[in-house]
Design a protein around this ligand. Sequence first.
Ligand code: IMP
Ligand code: MG
Length: 183
Amino acid sequence: MKQVTYKGLTFVPYLENEKIQQRIKELAAQITSDCKGKRPLFLCVLNGAFPFAADLFRAVQLPDAEISFIRLKSYEGTGSTGVVKEVLGMSDDIEGRTVIVIEDIVDTGNTIANLVERLKSKNPADVKIATLLFKPESLQTDVKPDYVGFDIPSDFIIGFGLDLDGLARNLPDIWVLSEEHDN
Ligand code: IMP
Ligand code: MG
């Protein structure tokens, strides 16, 4: 069985890059059709969303689309701390604009709920959420993503931007923490 190991934890294959790319194309087509004639601002949530944002933004066919970046942090190791820190703030004027937040994953939903609240106070026309992955069983808030790549169970995953303490973001595929242990 193929596997990768980080910090003594073993991960097994979960989603291949080809499948991820195929799904991103579908999401981009949907966003393109929903935002026809609009001037949406895509907001990539760093660090994890950068590969998804790069692929999604290039696949969207909207001549007036723009992208900006914000950095948030809520995870330590394999669990959420529940506290969302804005490490790199946003300077864009979003008043009257459609903002499409790009996330790697919505887990408890705390990060996204917190961000959406902050964005709404700046009077945008609309705030939409696009996430590559969604763990519906972990959701603790009433914020629902508008565009979801894949619904997944509440397992810990890495790769394609997702990390274990900063590692594994560069893996092209997504891998899941193995339930088998050696001891
Ligand atoms: P939430 O606030 O609980 O929804 O968590 C969102 C953030 O936690 C994501 O943007 C990720 O950075 C991180 N996260 C959640 N689940 C995972 C996972 O399975 N692997 C790696 N990071 C995760
Ligand atoms: Mg993240």
